[in-house]
Design a protein around this ligand. Structure first.
Ligand SMILES: [Zn+2]
Ligand SMILES: [Zn+2]
Length: 147
């Protein structure tokens, strides 16, 4: 099996790549998820939106801000749920808060470089956080290998 490459720059496999799983709900309520890999050099591109969202949340915990344009979010909230594996670090599950216009742009960027993951049951739509079972993530990578 070829080693994964950075999804953003396409460099030959760097020794340590971050794995990023992105999930969101379509307007029809379907959960879709995508996976990207990132080398450390591409982290500003791949992880910038995530870190902006985390920073917004810590700086203004009482308000939600769009991680892309910065506006305060009221009713137009269209988040992306991330599961992040940075090399040598614990898994984290940050949420990226966006308005729907910015979400559409960010999602198309993810789709242009990422790998679509198999759909899960629509019934599993529930609390606004992803399942936190690491075996599930391992399952994803095994499925990918069959392709
Ligand atoms: Zn890269
Ligand atoms: Zn925005």
């Amino acid at each position: 099996m070829p080693k994964p490459k950075c999804s953003y720059g396409g460099e030959p496999a760097a020794p340590k790549l971050a794995s990023i799983y992105w999930a969101w709900y379509t307007v029809s309520g379907q959960r879709v998820s995508w996976k990207t890999f990132s080398c450390v050099g591409c982290a500003p591109t791949s992880l910038g939106i995530i870190f902006r969202s985390l920073r917004n949340a810590s700086e203004s915990p009482d308000e939600k801000h769009c991680a892309s344009c910065g506006q305060v979010l009221d009713t137009d909230i269209d988040p992306i749920y991330v599961t992040l594996y940075l090399p040598g670090q614990e898994r984290t599950d940050p949420e990226v808060w966006l308005d729907s216009a910015c979400a559409a742009i960010i999602r198309s960027q993810i789709q242009s470089v990422g790998q679509r993951l198999p759909d899960r049951n629509v019934e599993s739509r529930g609390p606004l956080t992803l399942a936190t079972d690491p075996w599930e993530a391992i399952g994803f990578s095994l499925v990918d290998r069959e392709n």
